[in-house]
Ligand binder design. Structure first.
Ligand SMILES: *Cc1c(COP(=O)(O)O)cnc(C)c1O
Length: 390
């Protein structure tokens, strides 16, 4: 393959997983073929997103859904939907909605760098709770009553960042939010697998859920899903599409955009900046169907097979594979941080998962590795294992 060498861009071995900076993973030939075909013809983008909505609704159980240019784009569009609803004047004002600044409540321990996408809609993030358990100084995190107490007339949504250790539970957050008519937006970008999570957050009452398309779903790197309540999805897509036409000329599919619920046609919205192309929409949909059709056992088995082959190539060393839906190879080396840099500066460059360097562990994530990567990866890893044993 010459495209990257023609551009003078060295290829890397991605043992980190589907992170943006290491270009996500790779596409299955079936996804690629669908994208290539989609790129050869033109369609109406609202019709294409309406078709996407049908697929996403069937797979997730949502009322409606759209393909976005990533989970972060989904968070921006979802927040904009909660601020503006179906009011085209408000859509036009974002990120500076007239009146008191809209507020989104978030549990303090769930704050993270990706919530910039929520703030980009022009809202103020109101943090609640004291995450004592992280400091080791106590046992508590935010409690449902603290979220309830923070709700004011300016509150437009609650942001919930899903993870196995998130507290309070989503069901408890939904209960206090819905009692006061406030929608809950779930950042579930990296919560797949298990495949059941495609439905779990909506089943727990979430109003909007954002997933990454470029992580485990294995769709195009710049893709994602926003799904949930029909009225909020309608608002989100209105703030994303090119709407440069006349009211009479505008004939969107009513299942996605019921134009008669609007007093007029919005101008380009805040989400026009995160447009998504037809090839990306089609690629995501094919990848989503494939992801939903594969069992967790089968997917984990494929990843385990990559690690098994790598372990065999690494020879008799003491190696631990940490089991899980996404198994990982754990390499305990004396100078893990230095070894990580050495791997990254090698040829080919090897990017590993650095999240346990402080514990002396280099983690190998199999999800963006192909069997063809393994001889070179094993060689690079053997070199640092010998190095650090010396
Ligand atoms: C990866 C991630 C995102 C961003 O997803 P993109 O699809 O890259 O936009 C947002 N939130 C969390 C928690 C993530 O892990």
């Amino acid at each position: 393959m010459a495209i990257y060498s023609d551009l003078g861009v060295p290829r890397i071995i991605n043992a980190k997983g589907p992170s943006t900076r290491v270009s996500g993973g790779f596409l299955d030939p079936e996804v690629l073929a669908a994208m290539a075909e989609a790129a050869t013809q033109c369609v109406d983008m609202a019709e294409l997103q309406a078709a996407a909505s049908r697929v996403i609704a069937r797979v997730t159980g949502a009322e409606a859904g759209i393909v976005t240019s990533g989970a972060a784009a989904g968070l921006l569009l979802g927040t904009a939907a909660c601020v503006a609803g179906l009011n085209p004047a408000l859509m036009g004002q974002l990120p500076n909605a007239a009146g008191p600044r809209p507020e989104v409540i978030v549990v303090r321990s769930q704050r993270n760098a990706y919530d910039h996408a929520v703030r980009a809609a022009g809202v103020y993030l109101v943090e609640v709770g004291l995450p004592d358990r992280y400091a080791g100084a106590g046992v508590r995190d935010a409690e449902p009553w603290e979220i309830a107490a923070a709700i004011t007339p300016a509150t437009v949504a609650i942001l919930y960042v899903a993870s196995s250790h998130a507290l309070p539970s989503l069901a408890e957050v939904v209960a206090v939010a819905h009692e006061r008519g406030v929608p809950v937006i779930v950042d579930a970008a990296a919560q797949l697998p298990p495949v059941s999570n495609l439905q779990a957050f909506l089943a727990a009452g979430a109003d909007l859920v954002a997933f990454s398309g470029g992580k485990a779903i294995s769709g195009p790197q710049g893709s994602g899903i926003l799904c949930g309540r029909r009225d909020l999805i309608m608002s989100a897509i209105l703030q994303n599409l090119d709407l440069d036409l006349d009211w009479e000329q505008w004939n969107p599919p009513v299942e996605l955009i019921d134009k008669h619920r609007l007093p007029g046609l919005p101008t380009h919205g805040i989400g026009r900046t995160c447009k998504v192309g037809k090839e990306t929409i089609v690629g995501l949909l094919v990848a989503l169907e494939r992801f939903a059709a594969e069992s967790d056992v089968s997917r984990t088995g494929r990843w385990q097979a990559i690690l098994d082959e790598l372990v065999a190539r690494l020879g008799p060393a003491e190696l631990t594979v940490r089991p899980g839906l996404t198994p990982r190879l754990v390499l305990a080396v004396p100078h893990a941080r230095q070894a990580c840099f050495t791997l990254q500066n090698g040829s080919p460059a090897v990017h590993v998962d650095p999240c346990e360097l402080h514990l002396g562990n280099i983690l190998i994530n199999p999800t963006c590795l192909q069997h063809a990567d393994l001889p070179a990866l094993a060689r690079a890893l053997r070199a640092i294992m010998i190095d650090s044993a010396a």
